[in-house]
Design a binder for this molecule. Structure first.
Ligand code: BG6
Length: 475
């Protein structure tokens, strides 16, 4: 293929099209078959809620959409759309209810056997996230989450159990969802019970170090168990633009980029970058890093995966340093971009930019494992069939995939694309169901009422067509 002629450029053969979900946002059944509580079960308002109360039937978070019992129906719908891959997470507290046990909960393991059976039945490749914002509550409350080094061992035990049980049937694995979010959401991302305002930088960065060592360690374990397994890191990807060409703004961009990229730099290079060590020095943080840790970190990932929702701007001008809405890491709003109903700025070109940036930086295969639009949907009846005419979601999807195609033409090696929330689920940041991402509507309201019936939206057909034509139907 010529690198200059983009006409007819399309997605590579075998491109993995699909969708992504997380256990705590869609499974429901939070206390069924021996599952223990996770931090998510007691975060009623999403990431903003402080962990103040013990869970009771009254303050539990809005449950998911009962995938736990409807998985066969839902996976069949994904198959009907043509999914080649389905990203889901394994609820850690389903397998180890408290997190520090040595023996797993067989009923929890058996559930994911059934999910994988369904995927296999439809020829869908599973892509499994080991830890997606659902640290067992006991580990958070008793150990302060990843601040405690012992979490490494508990996580290794969990990961080994999963690799041994599913490693012959699941090839693609992610260690931690959006691991770089721990800087901003230490409870949700790192299971750290100490409130952010009271958390010392020393403890925060030590927790980060423990997670990075744990991630590298289970990458090694996966490869030992089955050398064919592909293990990736997963980060929030976010292009950061200078608000003006002032070099001081560009420098701010570089520093903000470093905060985000340090995590994948370590995963890919196996060592801490100099800019990160400088930051620790300036913060007065002295990490406890053993020689064994340094060796463990050398177990680098096979690919880099990421979520992409928004871009932001940075400025050195204190009068302009407002913080807009965004995926956990908000930033200065971009005057050139429109925003979603939740204030997340929409920037399809930013996806091409980030794909190029990541590819240029690491030369590692990439995987877009989240991208999507949360919007309010209206259920209507067309010819007696309930549906949603979600042209806005179709537009978003089309525009982002066109930019993905451009990046592939730029030479980026990309394994796949999984849309976030192919079926409506509970929002991570707001705990609402009305913030809908799905191609499939779920009849469930923010107050928990609703029949849980599933209805295909207009975007269902659109994505089905995109997959069937391997992207050629994009506009
Ligand atoms: C990512 C998370 O941050 O964004 C998902 O990995 C989350 O868990 C998604 O659901 C969308 O965010 P939200 O807050 O709109 O659900």
């Amino acid at each position: 293929m010529s690198t200059t002629d983009l006409t007819g450029t399309t997605f590579p053969e075998g491109f993995l099209w699909g969708g992504a979900l997380a256990a705590n946002q869609y499974e429901g059944a939070y206390d069924v078959d021996g599952k223990g509580l996770s931090i998510q079960d007691v975060m009623p308002k999403g990431i903003v809620a402080p962990p103040t109360e013990e869970p009771t039937p009254d303050n539990l978070k809005l449950e998911g959409i009962d995938f736990y019992h409807r998985y066969a129906e839902d996976i069949a719908l994904f198959a009907e759309m043509g999914f080649k891959v389905f990203r889901f997470s394994i609820g850690w507290s389903r397998i180890f209810p408290k997190g520090d046990e040595t023996e797993p909960n067989e009923a929890g393991l058996a559930f994911y056997d059934r999910v994988i059976d369904e995927c296999e039945k439809h020829g869908i490749e599973p892509l499994v996230t080991l830890s997606h914002y659902e640290t067992p509550l006991h580990l958070a409350k008793t150990y302060d989450g990843w601040v405690d080094r012992r979490l490494i061992g508990f996580y290794e035990n969990f990961a080994r159990t999963c690799f041994e049980r599913y490693g012959k049937r699941v090839k693609y694995w992610l260690t931690f969802n959006e691991i770089n979010s721990v800087l901003h959401a230490p409870l949700m991302s790192g299971g750290i019970w100490t409130p952010l305002q009271q958390l010392s930088k020393q403890d925060l960065y030590q927790a980060i170090h423990h997670e990075l060592v744990a991630s590298a360690s289970v990458t090694r374990i996966a490869h030992e168990i089955n050398p064919d397994l592909k293990v990736g890191c997963m980060v929030i990807a976010m292009p950061i633009y200078p608000l003006t060409p002032n070099p001081a703004d560009v420098l701010k961009v570089m520093q903000a980029d470093h905060d985000n990229l340090a995590f994948s730099d370590v995963h890919v290079r196996g060592t801490y970058p100099g800019y990160f060590l400088r930051k620790l020095r300036e913060l007065g943080v002295e990490l406890d890093i053993t020689d064994e840790d340094r060796n463990t970190l050398k177990n680098t990932v096979d690919f880099v995966s990421f979520s992409y929702y928004v871009s932001i701007c940075e400025t050195s001008d204190p009068t302009k340093q407002t913080k807009g809405e965004g995926n956990i890491i908000g930033g200065v709003p971009n005057p050139h971009l429109e925003a979603s109903e939740w204030g997340w700025q929409i920037d399809p070109v930013g996806l091409r930019i980030i794909l190029n940036q990541f590819w240029d930086r690491w030369q590692k295969p990439l995987f877009i494992v989240e991208n999507g639009l949360g919007a309010k949907d209206e259920l209507v009846e067309v010819d007696g069939v309930k549906t949603v005419i979600d042209d806005y979601r179709i537009q978003y999807l089309n525009d982002h995939l066109v930019q993905v195609r451009e990046a592939i033409a730029d030479g980026v090696e990309l394994w796949g694309y999984t849309w976030w929330g192919p079926i409506d689920v509970v929002s991570a940041s707001t705990a609402q169901l009305s913030k809908r991402y799905g191609f499939i509507y779920v009849d469930r309201n923010d107050d928990g009422t609703g029949t849980l019936e599933r209805h295909k939206k207009k975007s269902f057909d659109f994505y089905q067509q995109v997959i069937a034509t391997n992207g050629a139907s994009l506009r």
